[in-house]
Design a protein around this ligand. Structure first.
Ligand code: SF4
Ligand code: SF4
Length: 358
């Protein structure tokens, strides 16, 4: 198997598993050293609704907030252990049978068919490379600022028998991303997250029903981008996101980790080479960013911008702190760079008014 860490340059002595709490979205909740401490996407939302700016109306926000509903209200989706429930339609004696004797090839076919059935746009399988696991995990109950919220960052340890990662891609709505950075963009992101919750919950249950273990994960537990590259789903671009052939960076990534014996996909080396060459000369994402968060350097390097970057990999490091400023000022996750990337295939620009007439 070809591995992403052999295709991209990685300094073994420098690279360490990333602590999940170093992401800006968590640092905003607990780190007083962080310049945007206690500022989240919700900060300033009410004023923005009242500002009269196009794409930030109450209707636009109502759509965005509704789009996150499944993600925010379905904690079962993220449960790493899911006891049998009388609500389940599979009798316990069937569920508790040992797995049937199928080849990795056939099991992989079942997995990929089921992933598409439940709504994945793309799916790939890789061996789980432990270097992409987070070092610690964040335990919290809300990404809103709540005074009594206790945050814990325990070591992340997975059961030893977990060997494979099923990586699933969800396309984000073309017209919503077209309206970046407004609330309509945020609706496309929220819909992507809610679809992730639905998809990982159903896939994990499918695998458990076959007698295997399944750990459903959204952004948590492991870095999704290198796992997706390992699974042959795309390449890392200047933008700092996974670029897929079909939808560019206009996607979300989720995964299920399992002990099911599966057939692995190979990284798409030709596409990785194509993206590395394209990004050297195309700077459209960097030019689109109003917060100077994306590098204009011709070549990728090892220069991190803040503790929210993970050192030791040669790439175009995105300044996550500057990007986060864009998020809190727009009260959305912005995505102007995603809209600008030619691989996102957004050719005709539309306005928020046009979005509602489509
Ligand atoms: S999301 Fe917005 S602020 Fe962040 S890098 Fe992209 S364009 Fe810049
Ligand atoms: S916009 Fe251009 S430089 Fe940026 S990720 Fe896409 S192809 Fe690469």
């Amino acid at each position: 198997m070809k591995q992403t860490s052999l295709i991209y340059n990685l300094k073994k002595e420098e690279y360490k598993r990333f602590p999940e709490q170093d992401h800006c979205i968590y640092r905003s909740l607990y780190d007083p050293e962080f310049k945007h401490f206690h500022k989240t996407l919700r900060t300033g939302m009410e004023e923005l609704v009242d500002s009269g700016k196009k794409g930030y109306s109450r209707v636009d926000l109502a759509l965005a907030a509704a789009s996150w509903t499944i993600n925010k209200h379905m904690p079962f989706a993220y449960k790493k252990v899911a006891p049998h429930s009388p609500q389940d339609y599979i009798p316990l004696p069937v569920k508790e049978r040992p797995p049937e004797d199928h080849s990795p090839e056939l099991l992989s076919r079942y997995i990929k068919r089921a992933a598409h059935f439940f709504g994945a746009s793309l799916v790939g399988i890789t061996k789980l490379d432990s270097k992409w696991l987070y070092k610690t995990k964040v335990e919290l109950y809300s990404t809103s600022i709540q005074e009594k919220q206790e945050l814990k960052f325990p070591e992340l340890n997975l059961p030893d028998n977990i060997t494979h990662a099923i990586i699933m891609i969800i396309e984000m709505d073309h017209d919503g991303i077209n309206c970046a950075p407004t609330f309509l963009e945020f609706a496309a992101a929220g819909l992507g997250y809610s679809k992730m919750s639905f998809l990982i919950a159903c896939m994990a249950q499918f695998i458990r029903n076959l007698g295997y273990e399944a750990l459903p994960c959204a952004n948590d537990t492991a870095l999704s981008i290198p796992l997706a590259i390992d699974a042959g789903l795309g390449a890392l671009g200047r933008i700092g996101l996974l670029i897929t052939k079909d939808f560019g960076p206009r996607i979300r990534i989720c995964k299920v980790l399992t002990n099911m014996p599966l057939e692995e996909d190979d990284p798409d080396v030709d596409f990785i080479t194509q993206i590395q060459q394209k990004c050297q000369h195309c700077q459209l994402c960097a030019k689109a960013c109003e917060y100077d968060a994306i590098s204009f350097a011709k070549d990728p390097d090892y220069e991190i911008k803040s503790k929210s970057n993970n050192p030791g990999v040669q790439k175009w490091y995105v300044d996550a702190e500057k990007c986060y400023k864009g998020w809190i000022e727009n009260c959305t996750d912005c995505a102007l760079c995603i809209k600008a990337c030619p691989y996102s295939k957004i050719s005709r620009k539309i306005t928020p008014e046009e979005f509602w007439k489509l």
